[in-house]
Write a protein that binds this ligand. Sequence first.
Ligand code: FE2
Ligand code: FE2
Length: 330
Amino acid sequence: MPQETSGNWSFLHVNDSHMGSPRSYRFRPAVNKRWAAIKHQMSQTNADLLLHGGDLTRDGDTHEFEYRQAAEDLETLPFPVFVIPGNMDVGNKHTTVNGTKLRWKGLEWNDPDWNMTERRLDLFSSYFGPIHWTFMHRDVRFTGFYAAVAGTGFPHEERLWSLLERLPELPPAKHHVAVMHYWPFMESLDEPDWDLTNGDEYDNWYFSINPPHRQRLWELLKAAKVEILFCGHVHTGRPVQIVDGIRIYRTQPAGNTGQLVERWPDADTRFGFQRCDVTAEGIEVTFVPGNDQCDEFGTFGPLGHPTVNERDYSVAQELPPLQPDADALS
Ligand SMILES: [Fe+2]
Ligand SMILES: [Fe+2]
């Protein structure tokens, strides 16, 4: 039945497309190829809009070029796209306590040092718009935010809380869909405040929002009557989890490889996107696998978060090589 007469319509969600460049010190062509297939498939739907849950880039925190590349790529889609950043775009959660950067000494890379900056958040916004937003479309309210700003003390954190606190007073919609990048928690709301200086807890710290921000966030999502919450970042799909009436979708990635996959027997490591069909009965979320689930090929450069000084741009396979931005995180 044509959409116009049935009243049914759809929107899409995607995350962790991680588009990179052969002009960089590292590149994984398979990630770009998987994403290109997913993007093409999405463009063939008659969706009203797309929500992108962050990590649009491989190294957007270092290369403004990658913001421009991702923005121009999304502009080719035939519907509007609403974007929040991920940590690979703007930097990680803050780890500085009383002036000291905390880290797990056994960690082989530097992501705890990759604390996000106001400058990087604002640069991202200059390409993709505000990092926190809410709007209504038809009978659905959509809210996106970068919860990892919690604890930074930046104006972006003040904006996060003030927006979330205002949600119950905004015009009500039949449904409320929210998008964040990190998982709000690994398994349960009351799990511990994971210690990033402890190797056994490091991954849990890296992938989730820590207390007290986690609980504050959750209470606000409940008060705003959020029905569906999408989160990515781990690159590993898990079955929907319902907590306090909120359906949490820990979604499959749109190009980058699954992490922590050995933890859960039902972990889904496929690449793809979520199609969300809105009918009189509610919103049905369906995972659509990408048509190109290609294996890794042609990869060069290091993984992890090497410091700018440790990077070798002479290995770039397309010229001219990128250069780190003058104010890149390092
Ligand atoms: Fe990611
Ligand atoms: Fe991420």
